[in-house]
Design a protein around this ligand. Structure first.
Ligand SMILES: [Ca+2]
Ligand SMILES: [Ca+2]
Length: 126
């Protein structure tokens, strides 16, 4: 059965950076469908991105200060706190695939994949 999120993939269009209202997420967490843990995790990733990307400037991209806040608040156990500007610069440099000095959703997902993969390796060697 295809639910409302079956093909909607809300994250896809965010990478265009177009200031369009169509890109706004319609709070999928409030939906009545029962989602799997993995689906909930995916939505959590999307929501975490938008919670921080919407603070300043381009609503669909994380600038350095937003990225730093996201990592420090949402990934404290996996990545550790970013304290200095140099580290923020390096992280952004690593993530920013298209070179616009901001992290869009696709770049963010690649980052999450990287962290998840590193985390997986860590637990595998336990
Ligand atoms: Ca932003
Ligand atoms: Ca970018």
């Amino acid at each position: 059965m295809m639910g409302p999120y079956g093909l909607g993939l809300p994250g896809i269009r965010f990478s265009t950076g177009m200031p369009s209202r169509k890109g706004t997420l319609s709070a999928p967490a409030s939906a009545t469908v029962t989602m799997s843990a993995l689906e909930k995790a995916m939505i959590a990733i999307i929501e975490a991105f938008h919670q921080y990307s919407g603070k300043e400037g381009d609503k669909h991209k994380l600038k350095k200060s937003e990225l730093k806040e996201l990592i420090n608040n949402e990934l404290p156990h996996f990545l550790g706190e970013i304290k200095d500007q140099e580290t923020v610069d390096k992280v952004m440099e690593t993530l920013d695939a298209d070179g616009d000095a901001e992290c869009d959703f696709q770049e963010f997902v690649a980052f999450i994949a990287m962290v998840t993969s590193a985390c997986h390796e860590f637990f595998e060697h336990e």
